[in-house]
Design a protein around this ligand. Structure first.
Ligand SMILES: [Zn+2]
Length: 467
């Protein structure tokens, strides 16, 4: 049988993460399963048999070869692997710089970073501030050393006097894009301190080089928001970028913003879950303390979230009220953008205090439904639509023969209740099957080690210590 092999792919993260088909020829058949294909709205193939060979979906209802390992999917639902369109994966270099006292011996265990992500069925992420080290992380996933998601890498460009990729003229902006492209980044993230001419030049240059842009709306567009909507501005990375331009938080503003995005073909990642967490910790630290996913976060970050938390430090009753009304306005924005026909994708800003990668995507999908998306639309926002924006819808995002075997088996129907997204019976990560017991064991082992190491990581004492 002729296989569809992904040979010529346009963007580099495909070349890395999708480097051909795996040598592994293991076959799995999931039997009697209800397949939510995401190929068209509400399309479900009931009681189907899916055959997976290596890392590809081979057939749907095409029979079961003798040697295939059979998984009984009776009463269960199969969906495409989920995509988180806004994450910040921790890297050693970043924290070594922040924590000179701990460097150079401090390193994250990469599997520990990835385990909560894949255990929640998230098989692709967009890292919106990828570093050179992120390429190394990706490589370890590609060569099978670590089980983790496909990683798309965005290079962050900012203006002002900061460190990293900084551009303050059109020329510098174009150069920064050229460098990012040469280094192998797939996308450009635009940041808050860019001036208008540099912002425009970056988007233009990125488009010329076949790179999409996603970002904040820089502060330089204050009182002239419409000027930010230049051709090829690909996506706004937070609903918050719009709410900064609203004084009254009313539906008229929401509709006006939605029209700007719609007319320009600019998509939206609302990151509702990040805003909800920001609002919560402005009230009190207790919600983070009580969070059931905190145990899966590295103790160093736990300590930072609990002991060096700027949202808590800067909290005032006025700020708490402000963030609460911001959350409410975010919901209105999602509704208005949906009504205007702007594609909305699920992203969480995982890495922000409280927002735990993997778990956070389920929260985001639930919040999107609370804001007015149907469960089916929330699923689409975390599967097909991100694949389309990333330019890889031929390879992931739907369940079809020839696509990569990134799949989530659920014990409940997410189209009836989006919370069923949490009832994971197993995940195929690029063809590798992880059942509930395996993932449960990985998570509980991670939690135990994090808890045992808690005393070793105290953000306050560490950052104050001099080398
Ligand atoms: Zn972010």
């Amino acid at each position: 049988m002729k296989r569809m092999l992904p040979i010529y792919l346009s963007v580099s993260f495909l070349l890395l993460s999708f480097s051909g088909y795996s040598q592994n020829r293991t076959q799995f058949a999931v039997r009697n399963v209800n397949v939510i294909t995401m190929t068209s709205p509400n399309n479900v193939i009931n009681n189907a048999t899916i055959l997976i060979t290596g890392n590809l979906i081979e057939t749907i209802n095409g029979g079961i070869p003798k040697n295939a390992k059979v998984i009984d999917g009776k009463g269960m639902w199969l969906i495409p692997g989920l995509v988180d369109m806004h994450v910040h994966l921790p890297t050693d270099a970043y924290f070594s710089k922040k924590l000179p006292a701990m460097a150079p011996d401090f390193t994250f265990n990469l599997q520990d970073i990835m385990t909560p992500i894949i255990a929640n069925g998230v098989t692709t992420v967009l890292d919106l501030e990828a570093k050179m080290e992120t390429f190394g992380q990706k490589k370890q996933i590609d060569n099978g050393t670590v089980i983790g998601p496909r990683i798309a890498l965005a290079a962050l460009i900012n203006g002002g006097a900061g460190q990293g990729r900084v551009a303050n003229t059109a020329e510098e902006g174009r150069f920064a894009v050229a460098m990012a492209k040469a280094e192998g980044y797939d996308f450009i993230k635009l940041y808050s301190n860019l001036n208008i001419e540099t912002f425009n030049a970056i988007i233009d240059e990125a488009n010329k080089r076949g790179i999409k842009t996603i970002g904040h709306i820089p502060n330089s567009f204050r009182d002239k928001l419409e000027k930010a909507f230049v051709p090829n501005f690909g996506m706004v990375a937070h609903a918050e970028e719009f709410s900064k331009h609203s004084e009254k938080f009313d539906i008229q503003d929401a509709k006006r913003f939605a029209k700007l995005a719609k007319d320009n073909g600019t998509w939206l990642t609302p990151t509702l879950t990040a805003m909800v967490w920001i609002a919560k910790q402005t009230q009190s630290i207790d919600d983070i303390k009580k969070s059931t996913s905190l145990q899966y976060v590295h103790p160093l970050l736990q300590s930072k979230w609990l002991n060096a938390n700027n949202y808590v430090k800067n909290a005032t009753p006025e700020r708490a009220v402000h963030f609460d009304s911001m959350v409410e306005f975010h919901f209105q924005l999602v509704k208005a953008f949906k009504e205007a026909g702007v594609p909305i994708v699920a992203g969480t800003d995982a890495g922000v205090s409280g927002v735990v990668a993997g778990f956070s995507l389920h929260d985001e999908m639930r919040l999107l439904v609370e804001a007015g998306l149907t469960p089916e639309e929330a699923l689409r926002s975390a599967t097909f639509l991100p694949a389309q924006w990333l330019g890889i819808e031929k390879y992931i995002g739907t369940i079809e023969p020839g696509k990569f075997a990134d799949l989530v088996l659920l014990e409940g129907n997410p189209m009836i209740d989006i919370k069923n997204i949490q009832k994971i019976a197993g995940v195929f990560v690029n063809g590798k099957w992880l059942n509930k017991a395996t993932m449960g064991a990985m998570l509980s082992d991670l939690s135990k080690r994090n808890t045992a190491a808690k005393d070793k990581f105290d953000w306050k004492t560490t950052v104050n210590k001099k080398r």
